[in-house]
Design a protein around this ligand. Structure first.
Ligand SMILES: Nc1nc2c(ncn2[C@@H]2O[C@H](COP(=O)(O)OP(=O)(O)OP(=O)(O)O)[C@@H](O)[C@H]2O)c(=O)[nH]1
Ligand SMILES: [Mg+2]
Length: 433
């Protein structure tokens, strides 16, 4: 037996799509008895959207609720047979399971259903692989795929060992091949990490220079398809791709925004969030998300028209906790008011907030003035004293901060200026206590 048949082999991950265009797919929703049925169903609907986004066509869908996971096949054997029958009748060539599968489970399922079996993580990674445009985006996806693949490989290989009557500790002919594949993956992983580190450094230098110029920054975050890119376009005149599709955006885009009576600011659009975001993706996208992490204010864009709005908010809020952003200023932007019922606005109690439509432009002026207020909140008014020999510094001060008052005092000048904590620290030698 060759190594490839033992554990599936090391595929060229970034070039082999999990789902081909228009491929016929069956989706399988799964849950434990304790899980609320509505959630399992919503997750399954989302999975169907994801399959669509990957180019597949849904030809069947079923749900199984279990008392406990089956380690060999995840779901019960009766259900597996049902899927096999359905796949044959509907001529489906790929089965997508709404749960993470181990390498062994995938193998076992594939043997019975006679079709390819992939899980939610692989599907999401697949979509990301299709969307990645930039050098950085591609590297991030490749890294996530490799990290996802490694345990599956080992697991599938272990599984085939035990089937042959061997066990952990038995050295077979495949093991050295497995080892060399793992080494290749590890080498590639560290190579990618190094490159990403470089990208991250460049980005952070750029951010630093922006910080020095004290440009306030906003980051659009939110569930996928909530309208972040549409809003970026509306606010900044950018022409970022907008699509009624999950994960239309992958790479971050930063644009200048001009606010009435406010300083110039920047807005960053980034990848959207989703339930059960693969952890490898979170890891891989750290650099992208760092842009949001460094923003002064987070703009949480919410699709007011979605029937799953509350749960989507919850997913994003959980991720905010996970990324440790909970202490940041957050503005809740309820988007798509043009297609949401008015009553829905009364159902939400998230503050501070604004209601808008990125499409019609409704509420955009209110949003802009709220943004200005939020920037002003970042600043405190302080007094500075410049003795005569340092008065030329006022010229720099004027460029870096909003000077609201300037008075001649004994032997110098006193200024009042609005400043962020970073600026206050920089100018501390002139601060009046
Ligand atoms: N009716 C209506 N549709 C909107 C509005 N804003 C965005 N959309 C639509 O919602 C869909 C998603 O919009 P995007 O701007 O791509 O959403 P996104 O949050 O950037 O999505 P991802 O990049 O996939 O995370 C598109 O079909 C938009 O046309 C709005 O105010 N009203
Ligand atoms: Mg987008």
């Amino acid at each position: 037996m060759t190594v490839a048949t033992l554990y599936g082999g090391l595929k060229d991950l970034t070039k082999t799509p999990q789902i081909k265009n228009q491929e016929r797919a069956i989706v399988v929703g799964v849950g434990l008895k304790a899980d609320p049925l509505i959630e399992i169903k919503e997750n399954l609907l989302e999975l169907e959207e994801l399959v669509g986004a990957a180019g597949g066509e849904i030809v069947g869908s079923l749900i199984q609720i279990l008392p406990a996971w089956n380690p060999a096949t995840l779901i019960g054997t009766g259900k597996v047979q049902e899927i096999a029958d359905m796949a044959r009748e509907a001529q489906a060539s790929v089965i997508v399971v709404d749960h993470q599968l181990t390498g062994v489970q995938t193998r076992n399922l594939e043997q019975v259903v006679q079709a390819r079996v992939i899980d939610r993580n692989q599907l999401i990674l697949d979509i990301f692989a299709r969307r990645a445009q930039t050098f950085e985006g591609k590297l991030q996806v490749e890294l996530a795929q490799l990290l996802d693949q490694m345990p599956r490989m080992v697991d599938a290989w272990m599984g085939s060992l035990s089937r042959q009557g061997g066990g952990i500790g038995t050295r077979g002919p495949g093991e050295t091949a497995l080892e060399s594949d793992r080494r290749r993956i590890r080498e590639r992983v560290s190579q990618i990490k190094k490159k990403l580190e470089q990208v991250r450094k460049n980005r952070s230098q750029y951010r630093q220079s922006r910080k020095r110029q004290e440009v306030p920054s906003f980051a659009l975050i939110g569930y996928t398809n909530s309208g972040k890119s549409s809003l970026l376009n509306r606010l900044t005149g950018a022409q970022v791709l907008v699509k009624n599709q999950v994960f239309a955006t992958l790479d971050p885009t930063t644009r200048k925004v001009f606010l009435p009576d406010g300083p110039p600011a920047v807005v960053t659009d980034t990848v959207g969030f989703i339930r059960k975001l693969p952890t490898q993706l979170i890891e891989a996208f750290k650099a992208t998300l760092e842009e949001s992490a460094e923003a002064d204010v987070l703009l949480h864009v919410i699709d007011l028209s979605s029937p799953n709005m509350l749960r989507q908010i919850e997913v994003v809020e959980n991720l905010i906790q996970e990324f440790n952003w909970q202490d940041k200023k957050i503005l809740h932007i309820f988007n798509k008011v043009d297609i949401a019922s008015v009553e829905k606005q009364f159902k939400v109690n998230h503050y501070p907030r604004v209601f808008i439509s990125a499409h019609t432009g409704q509420g955009i002026e209110t949003l802009k003035s709220t943004l200005v207020e939020m920037i002003q909140d970042l600043h405190t008014t302080v007094e500075l004293y410049f003795p005569r020999n340092a008065e030329h510094k006022i010229y720099d001060l004027n460029r870096e901060a909003k000077v609201i008052k300037r008075e001649t005092a004994t032997e110098g000048t006193v200024c009042s200026a609005q400043m962020t904590p970073a600026l206050i620290a920089k100018w501390r030698e002139y601060l009046v206590k």
